[in-house]
Ligand binder design. Structure first.
Ligand code: SF4
Length: 251
């Protein structure tokens, strides 16, 4: 792992996300050990069939750090929807430099994107839930399916605390599509995630310093206000359950 002394995000700094959120719980050390154990067991059980599907959000950065720090032979992959913030994409070379791991990037099929944008426009997602889901379908679900082709399990950074829809997330569950889905930090709190980031100098998306706890595509993510739900900044114009379908159990 590279020297972290020059990383600007390694320390709590006036108003940054570490200063705002990091509060180590008494059992963080235990939770870290348990998360590593879950990753180790998944790696043994699935071998090359296992991949971390990273959103490049802070939870996934923690999981990547756990994988790299403990030298686990687990592939790391992400989706580049073509609509991500430059700050999000900027994490890819940082991960590679910091951990010496190549991140596999899966993009939507260009012909599908061109046809959709030509037909519906670049702002289709704001016009109806159906169009928003169609956009998520071709920019996220289709590339995810390719990422998971030939795999038997995938790792996520889902946490139960993130939303009501995620309150039942298991450490190891059937994803509804024939694969196992491993969520090694499902029981971590937001404060514990940021404590880990601080203690291990984990690189993170600077947009987290701007009140964006959950970061997706640029047009569909905004900062949240005090008291708003964790995922209130995602598809904020919809009354939906704030999910894009990546974690839906139905195919
Ligand atoms: Fe399209 Fe928004 Fe879904 Fe990204 S989050 S795929 S821009 S609808």
């Amino acid at each position: 792992m590279s020297d972290v002394s020059t990383l600007p995000w390694a320390k709590a700094d006036a108003g940054n996300a570490i200063a705002l959120y990091a509060r180590p719980g008494l059992d963080l050390r235990v939770k870290i050990d348990q998360a590593v154990q879950r990753l180790r067991e998944a790696s043994i059980a699935h071998g090359q069939g296992l991949v971390q599907s990273s959103s490049l959000g802070v939870e996934d950065m923690v999981v990547t750090d756990l994988i790299a720090r403990h030298k686990l032979p687990i592939d790391i992959a992400t989706l580049d929807t073509g609509k991500l913030h430059v700050e999000t994409l900027g994490l890819l070379p940082i991960i590679e430099a910091r951990y010496g791991r190549t991140v596999q990037v899966f993009q939507p099929r260009p012909e599908q994107v061109i046809a959709f944008v030509r037909r519906e426009g670049d702002d289709a997602m704001f016009r109806s839930i159906e169009l928003r889901k169609a956009c998520c379908g071709l920019r996220k679900l289709e590339p995810l399916a390719r990422m998971l082709q030939g795999r038997s399990a995938w790792i996520t950074g889902l946490r139960r605390e993130q939303s009501g829809a995620r309150a039942e997330v298991a450490f190891d569950e059937d994803d509804g599509k024939g694969l196992r889905k491993i969520s090694p930090i499902a029981d971590w709190s937001w404060a514990e995630v940021w404590s880990y980031v601080e203690q291990h100098a984990v690189p993170y998306n600077p947009l987290h310093d701007q009140f964006m706890p959950s970061i997706g595509c640029a047009p569909c993510t905004r900062a949240i206000a005090v008291g708003e739900d964790f995922r209130a900044g995602r598809w904020w114009w919809e009354e939906s359950n704030k999910e894009c379908g990546l974690h839906a159990k139905t195919p």
